[in-house]
Structure formats: C-alpha cells, structure tokens
Design a protein around this ligand. Structure first.
Ligand SMILES: Cc1cc2nc3c(=O)[nH]c(=O)nc-3n(C[C@H](O)[C@H](O)[C@H](O)COP(=O)(O)OP(=O)(O)OC[C@H]3O[C@@H](n4cnc5c(N)ncnc54)[C@H](O)[C@@H]3O)c2cc1C
Length: 437
C-alpha cells in the first residue's frame, strides 16, 4: 500500500469505525479515531452502542475477515473467553416449521458478546503505529474548502470540552444509523442520497443467564408468517448465555421476567423454557431495543460527492438484525476500502467506494429485506424477484429438515461465506425440487 497522506480521521469507534481505522493505518501516517463515548474497562455495553446489550452473531465473513485484518485474532478471542462452536451441529436452527438437520461439515462459529468483539478489535487497532483513539470526543462538523468541493478536516469537542480542529486528507463517517452526513450534504448544496426504508416494526428483549462451562447449547428460531416471534440463544464469555426474544410487526417482547418467559413459551424452542427455568439470571435488567425499519442510504446513486469523505457501516445501511449481518458487512466494507486505497489515488474516493460497496450491501440487503417481505405487513421498496426467491428458500428450508447438505449450503450463504447464487447450483436445485416420497 503506497502512502496516501499524512492524516486521516474516523468518526465513531464502533465496529465499522475501528475496522476502517485498521485499513487506513496502512495508507496514512496518522489515523485519529474520534469517539463520543468513554470506553468501559470491562467488555460491557456502552451508551453509544445500545444494541451491544443484545445477541450479536458473528457470520463467517466477519470471522474470517477479522483473522485477515488482525492475524492471531482467534487466539486473543479464545483467551478472552470467547467460544468457537460448530455452526453445523451446535446451533439448532429452526425455520419453516422444524429444526434443520445437522450439517455434514464443521463450520467454525464464534460466540461472544458484542462488547467483547469491540474491545478486542479496539485493542488491536490501538496498538497499530500511527493510530490514536480519542474517547470522550464528539465530532461536530466537517471542515470544507471555500468551493465546497473537498472535506479538509473535522472539528470536534475534545476531552476538555473545547472545540478542536484536525486537518485531514480523508474523513470516514462511521457514526452508525444516526449519521448526519445526509443532512450535512444538503446544507452544503449537495443532493443527499436517496433512502430506501423497509418497515418491519421489530423489537428485541434480552437477558443473560448463567451457564455451566461445558454447556454450549445454542439455538435460533426465525419468524414466519404464522409466528412473528423469534429467539436467539448463544453461549458467551463469562459462562453465560445471551438470550434474545424478538417479534416483528408489533408483536414486541415485554421487559419483565414473567412477560419474557410467557413470550418465550410461544416460541418453537422447548429448550428455551427449560433454560429460563433451570438457570439463574446473570443480569438484573431485561434490555429492550425497537428497530422499526431496514434503512439504506443509496450513496452509490449520487453524481456528486465531496472529495476527502467516505461513509461506512450502518451509516450506509442498517439491516434487520435478525440476520446478524451488520458487523460482517462492516468488515467486508473495510476490505473494499483497502482495495480502493490500494489504487493509489484519493480522488473520487467516496463515489468509488460507494459503487464498490454495493457488492456487499446489495447481498445483505436482499437477504434481510427479501425475508422481511414474507410478512404482508412489510412495506417499502421490494427487490425484484423477492417472492419467487422466498418460495424457493422456503422449500429449501423444509427439505433441509432432513437434508444436512441443504442446511450446509443454506448456512454458508446466510453466513455470507458463499454468494446466494450457490443455492441455485444444479446439485442444490435438484435436492430442493425433487419430489418428496
Ligand atoms: C438490536 C441489534 C442487534 C444486532 N445484532 C447483530 C448481530 O447479531 N450481528 C451483527 O453482525 N450485527 C448486528 N447488529 C448490527 C451491528 O450492531 C452494527 O451493524 C455494527 O456494529 C456496525 O455498526 P457501526 O459501527 O456502523 O455503527 P455503531 O455500532 O452504531 O457505532 C457508531 C459509533 O459512532 C459513535 N458516534 C456517533 N456519533 C458520533 C459523533 N458525533 N462523534 C463521535 N462519535 C460518534 C457512537 O458512539 C458509536 O461508537 C445488530 C444491531 C441491532 C440494532
């Protein structure tokens, strides 16, 4: 990677911001990450990332990319208490009326809380030459040149609550779903990106349970038009399970333990009731998170965008979290940013990155939104051939109740390891469409 400039800034030290900082460190002398929160000493949730209290599944695309970006990540992860389980056998996966058969091949699957992933990535990034992570600093504005064509820096309130300015060759906005870049573009005479919003009216409730160290049970139940409820149970560090129940289109889980247990009893996961009965709680509160819509800013459709600025992660698109894609999409986008930087020029970096990132965002969006349109109440722009694909996937899942090869093919696509086209390989299509005896 050739040197691209002296100073880059990343706003937001969530997963997308930290992973962007990792790739920028190869191209800039200094990379400053500006984060409004202060970081807890423990791997515990923080205010700026409220979703950190809820189950976070790391897909294979994210798992393997973390290892690429931080060689030895697995060792750090396991020694910090994270678990590696087998997604083919340890994870019981319920879809279309039953659990899927076990898969034939080992699929490594990390299991940990979201704060642990973030803490480990933050540690790795903070160790890189030239990277400074500034906590307790809130970005307030981009600095733009007189012709309003180039972002030349960022201003932020610093640790002493005074305004500080930083000159940059590149700013990366990784402030998440509430990113203010669209409003800022409008204020400076640019057209903001068109927005796709797909309404799903989802909510999560989550608690932690104590777990016997050797018990790695994990299960996921997906919602269907006959039951809008879902659940995810994952063994995590500290001998705990994170237990999330969720419901779409207004069937929201309560935040008191009796209501939570009652909600869980209407899920097709008999183990879940047993877990709640047999294991003491490891958290006092039940965390709640409403998630009304999948939200996508189509930056790739813009003709004009300032030089010196890129947007990444949830600030581009945030997907129904039931499909566990956000951290992995952020990781894949960081790799794409690396490739863009490796071209050796910064001009048009924003637009070039947005067009390139559609390779990743389109797939995640199609999978999440496509599944959401199984509910007649879902509204918003519907991707082409959604209904046909849904019918095919629904049949594939039913066949996978007894066919581990189909489970394997499906899980690898869900985990963003393989592209969805692999589900249309003749050998898979044959298994899906052949008549059931
Ligand atoms: C309920 C829920 C469950 C989820 N489950 C999963 C899952 O199972 N698997 C998965 O991969 N993904 C999941 N996600 C998505 C995942 O959390 C995100 O996609 C992923 O973390 C990437 O987010 P991000 O870094 O872009 O933004 P965020 O995580 O929102 O981080 C933004 C950061 O920017 C900081 N910030 C904001 N404004 C400023 C400012 N002005 N100045 C300085 N700092 C600022 C914030 O404090 C924060 O640290 C889930 C999301 C939700 C809501």
């Amino acid at each position: 990677m050739s040197r691209q400039g002296e100073q880059a800034a990343v706003i937001g030290a969530g997963m997308a911001g930290l992973l962007a900082a990792r790739v920028l460190a190869d191209a800039f002398d200094e990379v400053t990450v500006i984060e409004k929160d202060t970081f807890p000493d423990e791997a515990s949730p923080r205010r700026g990332v409220p979703q950190g209290r809820h189950i976070h599944v790391m897909l294979e695309a994210g798992r393997s990319t973390l290892e690429d970006l931080f060689p030895g990540f697995r060792r750090d992860f396991l020694s910090a208490g994270g678990l590696e389980i087998d997604a083919a056998r340890d994870v019981k996966f319920y879809a279309e009326g039953d659990f899927l058969a076990e898969g034939p091949h080992y699929l490594p699957h990390y299991a940990a809380t979201r704060p642990l992933y973030e803490q480990l990535v933050r540690r790795n990034v903070s160790r890189l030459d030239g990277v400074t992570v500034r906590q307790g600093c809130r970005s307030v504005d981009y600095r733009i040149d007189e012709t309003a064509t180039t972002v030349e820096g960022v201003s932020f309130t610093n640790e002493q609550a005074t305004v500080e300015e930083l000159d940059t060759s590149l700013v990366v906005d990784a402030t998440g779903r509430t990113s203010r870049t669209p409003a800022w573009l409008k204020r400076h005479g640019y057209t903001p990106p068109p927005v796709d919003e797909v309404y799903i009216d989802l909510a999560y409730s989550t608690l932690l349970l104590q777990r016997p160290p050797e018990d790695h049970r994990s299960f996921i139940t997906t919602p269907s038009s006959s039951n809008p409820r879902a659940a995810g149970v994952l063994p995590v560090e500290g001998d705990r399970w994170v237990v999330t129940v969720a419901g779409v289109h207004g069937d929201h889980p309560p935040t008191d333990i009796d209501g939570f247990t009652e909600f869980a009893s209407n899920l097709p996961a008999p183990d879940l009731e047993g877990l709640l009965e047999d294991h003491p709680r490891a958290s006092d509160e039940i965390a709640h998170y409403p998630f009304p819509t999948n939200l996508r800013h189509r930056y790739e459709d813009l003709d004009h965008f300032p030089e010196g600025l890129v947007v990444i992660g949830d600030a581009i698109a945030s997907f129904n979290p039931l499909y566990g894609q956000g951290m992995s999409v952020a990781a894949l986008e960081a790799v794409l940013l690396h490739h863009i930087l490796a071209t050796g020029r910064l001009s048009d970096i924003g637009l070039r990155f947005f067009v390139r990132s559609t390779d990743v965002v389109d797939i995640a969006w199609m999978m999440a939104v496509g599944a959401d349109f199984r509910f007649p109440q879902t509204t918003g722009p519907k991707p082409r051939s959604t209904d046909l694909t849904s019918r095919y996937l629904s049949r594939l899942n039913r066949k996978a109740h007894t066919d581990g090869v189909l489970r394997d093919a499906f899980m690898r696509v869900l985990m963003m390891e393989r592209p969805p086209t692999t589900l249309f390989h003749p050998k898979i299509v044959w298994r899906v469409l052949k008549p059931t005896r």
